[in-house]
Write a protein that binds this ligand. Structure first.
Ligand SMILES: *[C@@H]1O[C@H](CO)[C@@H](O)[C@H](O)[C@H]1NC(C)=O
Ligand SMILES: *[C@@H]1O[C@H](CO)[C@@H](O)[C@H](O)[C@H]1NC(C)=O
Ligand SMILES: *[C@@H]1O[C@H](CO)[C@@H](O)[C@H](O)[C@H]1NC(C)=O
Ligand SMILES: *[C@@H]1O[C@H](CO)[C@@H](O)[C@H](O)[C@H]1NC(C)=O
Ligand SMILES: *[C@@H]1O[C@H](CO)[C@@H](O)[C@H](O)[C@H]1NC(C)=O
Ligand SMILES: *[C@@H]1O[C@H](CO)[C@@H](O)[C@H](O)[C@H]1NC(C)=O
Ligand SMILES: *[C@@H]1O[C@H](CO)[C@@H](O)[C@H](O)[C@H]1NC(C)=O
Ligand SMILES: *[C@@H]1O[C@H](CO)[C@@H](O)[C@H](O)[C@H]1NC(C)=O
Ligand SMILES: *[C@@H]1O[C@H](CO)[C@@H](O)[C@H](O)[C@H]1NC(C)=O
Ligand SMILES: *[C@@H]1O[C@H](CO)[C@@H](O)[C@H](O)[C@H]1NC(C)=O
Ligand SMILES: *[C@@H]1O[C@H](CO)[C@@H](O)[C@H](O)[C@H]1NC(C)=O
Ligand SMILES: *[C@@H]1O[C@H](CO)[C@@H](O)[C@H](O)[C@H]1NC(C)=O
Length: 779
């Protein structure tokens, strides 16, 4: 902004000045480029002002001492060690404070730190190097296009020679006929300026990258011998020897060694401490004194040999319980020879009993790392012998104790897991032991073991979420103690098992969801609770004992998404989502409506039928014959409890002619239920004077051994009898029986049933009590 203002003033003021005066005011030179740190003098033409001037640099006044007024038209400022990247210098009239002119000074840097190398394109043959390469540093505005030119001059004072040009800070030439010290200079050129570097002197041997060495490796059983040829044997040189070991598990390890070769000496070095049967990659590079490194030689790959002293069998065994045949199976196991080792390996296990007949020994030929042998209950020593290409290689033995042998044993094994490793600790036995063997397995097929001096061990490289059986056995100088097994432990407890929604029943405002938990893995976490998520953000949590839930307060006719999460301390598993749509109406309501509709229809139909039948009967109703009646007690309402649902029939009649069957007084009570007309029958004792109760179907069902049955065969003539107190304790009165009665019809008078109803009457004998004398009592 300020710059724009200055430029504006610079443009306007001089024109104003020129209007008044013939001579221009200005600062010269205009917008110079100078090298960073160099000095510059600028002139202010002051003829238009005719006054003293002062200067500003980047808007800050400059020390007056740097300004020198030559005469009335000329003032000079001297700026030394100018280090601003870009700065505006302005000249002001001291009287008017007006700008008389300005100039923008930009600095540049020269190229520096030039380094050159002489190199070979052809890395096979010695001779003259083919490439001359120089590089340098140059800090410039990256947007600038710079042309660089490299100048070369031999020390023989010959004129500098341009040997290459480039637009980057590296330049390669094929000018290589260099025998003496020489100097190099770089010019950087842009459209505005050009900068020359200092000149750098080089000695040819100090910039020569010799051709890469040629390497040979000889493999010995315990070391590698590396030899190499280098060029320019007449010069002293330094070499680096790099060897990489590629271990069987894919890891690599790298070492670098130095070796200085004097004049005429060739390269040779021995690599000791070589591991058995692994691949080594070896390469070498060399450099003349103070010169750059050559390229690395081609990598030589060799396989090291099996070093007998490296063979560590780590022999161990695991013994099963004695079986019925008195045999214990022993899994003998050892660290096998690396499979990369060449040659054939043979393993045999020899069983050597501790008993007297030491001569009877059994040999078993084995696989590469395990062997199963059977032993009896006695102590044994198992000896593993390894042959490499039929030559004895190594031998180790392990002890199998006799059953019940008095030997130390560890106690209080404690296991815990931490980030995928199992920590085991135990209590040492009282007897002195030399160490412990810990073995662990999750399947029984692969058994891992390791020795420790301490009463603890950390088990690594475990399979995730597997149950491990861990055994600790104390070791003595030549024997082993008895093994102790720890409780099974999971290498890691995982998520709870898989949750599956097994059923979703949707209603209108609720839904029933049930699910199932399947623990597929042996180390699943224990579920703390389940959370059922449904709709958006709705959830309900139930404890781990429940596996179903009713979702309430749903909206009818709405689609819902539901899933279930099982939560354990060790993780959460989630079922897949299910979708359900709530019903528009409550299906139970529909069912209830359907059912009650049918019930109503049935009721209406039966009512109609009932009334029709009753009407018909009413029309044919016989009048009871008072001559056939007897006096009986009218049961109080409290005794009139049990009743047949269909019986009451009481066409309204006179108060005095209530007719009761004998059964009523014996066992039944008038029903509290509604009658055919829907009137409550509880009123009958008070209002109805004529009530006929047909008990037959009811009594038959409820009291199959009624005296009624016996009376069925009694005389058809009218007779009277006292009811037994057993069958009717409330009726001390004589009842009247009638052999022919009982069509469910009566009338105001007891009456003989017409003959046409006889066949129906045989089904049941009904006593009719004409209660006309007992009104007061019954009320
Ligand atoms: C001022 O000095 C410069 C350089 O010395 C000279 O060229 C110029 O003529 C002088 N101007 C006047 C008015 O003396
Ligand atoms: C130039 O300035 C730089 C820093 O501004 C300083 O280090 C250097 O000594 C100065 N050189 C001269 C010759 O004054
Ligand atoms: C540098 O020069 C090469 C050709 O010599 C050209 O292709 C490239 O564009 C140039 N780069 C710049 C930044 O000018
Ligand atoms: C160097 O290269 C130029 C062209 O790039 C070629 O003309 C010249 O013969 C080369 N000189 C040598 C010594 O290879
Ligand atoms: C840089 O070199 C190229 C060609 O080599 C040329 O066209 C260009 O003008 C040069 N630029 C400058 C600033 O010298
Ligand atoms: C060449 O340079 C090296 C080191 O810079 C110096 O030791 C040697 O004397 C120089 N040789 C000549 C001939 O100047
Ligand atoms: C090898 O030499 C380099 C320098 O040339 C040095 O830094 C390094 O320590 C040396 N290595 C050994 C193993 O001597
Ligand atoms: C034992 O190792 C050899 C190679 O060392 C291999 O060929 C052979 O299959 C291995 N045998 C078993 C049972 O693993
Ligand atoms: C050797 O093996 C045979 C049969 O497998 C068995 O009868 C015998 O008892 C074994 N001997 C010993 C010392 O284990
Ligand atoms: C681990 O030990 C248990 C008894 O604690 C046993 O039932 C199971 O078979 C053992 N598993 C293996 C693989 O040895
Ligand atoms: C095992 O015991 C040793 C000696 O008591 C102790 O230094 C070490 O920290 C213990 N390691 C673990 C994992 O407890
Ligand atoms: C469960 O629902 C409650 C509100 O009922 C809400 O505050 C909570 O964040 C929900 N929980 C989850 C895990 O969404």
């Amino acid at each position: 902004m300020y710059t724009i203002l200055v430029l504006f003033i610079l443009a306007v003021i001089p024109s104003v000045c020129t209007d008044q005066h013939t001579n221009d005011c200005d600062v010269l030179p205009k917008d110079p480029y100078i090298e960073m740190g160099s000095s510059i003098k600028l002139v202010c033409l002051t003829s238009c002002a005719n006054s003293k001037v002062f200067w500003t640099l980047k808007s800050r006044p400059i020390d007056e001492r740097l300004s020198n007024t030559i005469n009335s038209t000329l003032t000079v400022v001297s700026l030394s060690n100018f280090t601003h990247h870009r700065a505006t210098l302005e000249c002001y009239s001291a009287d008017t404070q007006q700008i008389l002119g300005g100039s923008i000074i930009t600095t540049y840097l020269k190229p520096r730190k030039i380094s050159c190398t002489l190199d070979y394109v052809n890395q096979e043959g010695d001779g003259m190097p083919q490439l001359f390469t120089c590089s340098w540093e140059h800090q410039i505005d990256p947007s600038l296009t710079v042309n660089y030119t490299v100048w070369w001059a031999s020390s023989l004072h010959s004129p500098p020679m341009e040997i290459c040009s480039s637009n980057t800070t590296i330049c390669t030439s094929n000018h290589s006929e260099i025998f003496d010290n020489f100097t190099v200079m770089v010019r950087a050129k842009t459209s505005n300026w050009e900068a020359y570097s200092d000149s750098y002197e080089f000695a040819p041997y100090q910039i020569l990258k010799i051709i890469r060495p040629k390497v040979a490796v000889i493999v010995f059983s315990d070391h590698l011998l590396v030899t190499w040829n280098r060029s320019l044997g007449s010069q002293k040189c330094h070499c680096e020897i790099k060897h990489k070991a590629l271990s069987a598990d894919g890891g690599t390890q790298e070492w670098v060694r130095n070796k200085t070769l004097n004049k005429g000496e060739n390269g040779k070095i021995s690599i000791e401490k070589v591991e058995s049967c692994i691949f080594y990659k070896i390469s070498v590079r060399c450099a003349l004194d103070q010169a750059p490194w050559s390229n690395w030689s081609e990598e030589k790959t060799v396989l090291s040999k099996l070093n007998k002293s490296h063979v560590r069998l780590n022999l161990w065994r695991k013994v099963t319980e004695l079986d019925q045949n008195g045999v214990r199976r022993v899994r003998v196991m050892w660290t096998d020879i690396p499979s990369a080792c060449q040659g054939t390996f043979k393993y045999t296990v020899t069983q050597m009993p501790y008993k007297e007949h030491m001569n009877s020994m059994n040999y078993t030929s084995c696989g590469n790392s395990t062997c199963d042998v059977d032993v009896d209950q006695d102590a044994q020593r198992l000896i593993l012998t390894v042959f490499h290409d039929e030559v004895f290689l190594a031998k180790e033995s392990v002890y199998v104790p006799a059953i019940g042998e008095s030997l130390p044993q560890v106690t209080d094994i404690h296991t815990s897991t931490h980030e995928g490793v199992i920590l085991v600790s135990w209590k040492a036995p009282v007897q002195p032991v030399s160490g412990y063997m810990v073995d662990w397995t999750h399947s029984g097929n692969h058994i891992y073991w390791k020795e420790t001096k301490y009463t603890n061990a950390t088990l690594f490289d475990l399979l995730d979420k597997k149950e491990y059986n861990i055994t600790v056995t104390p070791l003595m100088a030549d024997r082993t103690g008895h093994s102790t097994q720890a409780l099974q432990i999971c290498s890691r407890v995982g998520d709870p098992g898989k949750v599956d929604i097994i059923d979703v029943k949707a209603y209108d405002k609720s839904a029933y969801v049930s699910w199932d938990l399947k623990s597929q893995e042996e180390c699943s976490g224990v579920v703390n609770d389940y959370t059922v998520f449904y709709g958006t953000l709705l959830n309900v949590t139930v404890d781990s004992k429940k596996q179903d839930v009713f979702l309430e307060d749903l909206k009818p006719d709405t689609q819902y998404r539901v899933y279930v999460e099982a939560r354990a301390l060790t993780g959460i598993t989630r079922s897949t989502e299910r979708f359900f749509t709530t019903k528009r109406f409550d299906p139970r309501l529909i069912t209830a409506l359907g059912v009650s509709g049918s019930v109503v229809i049935v009721l209406v139909l039966s009512l109609g039928l009932c009334c029709a039948i009753q009407w018909k009967k009413f029309m044919e109703k016989p009048v009871p014959n008072p001559g056939l009646s007897s006096v009986a007690l009218w049961l109080s309402p409290s005794h009139q409890k049990r009743m047949c649902p269909f019986q009451p029939f009481h066409p309204s009649a006179s108060f005095c002619d209530t007719v009761y069957t004998e059964e009523t007084s014996r066992a039944s009570t008038p029903p509290p239920d509604a009658d055919c007309n829907g009137n409550p029958t509880t009123e009958q004792t008070e209002e109805y004077t004529d009530s006929v109760i047909i008990l037959a179907p009811c009594v038959q069902a409820e009291r199959p051994v009624e005296p009624v049955e016996t009376q069925h065969s009694s005389s058809p003539t009218e007779s009277t009898a006292f009811l037994s107190s057993e069958s009717s304790p409330f009726n001390p009165y004589r009842s009247q029986s009638s052999g022919e009665v009982s069509s469910p019809r009566t009338s105001k008078q007891s009456k003989r049933i017409p003959a046409k109803n006889q066949e129906k009457a045989t089904l049941k004998t009904v006593y009719v009590t004409l209660d006309m004398f007992e009104q007061d009592q019954s009320r």
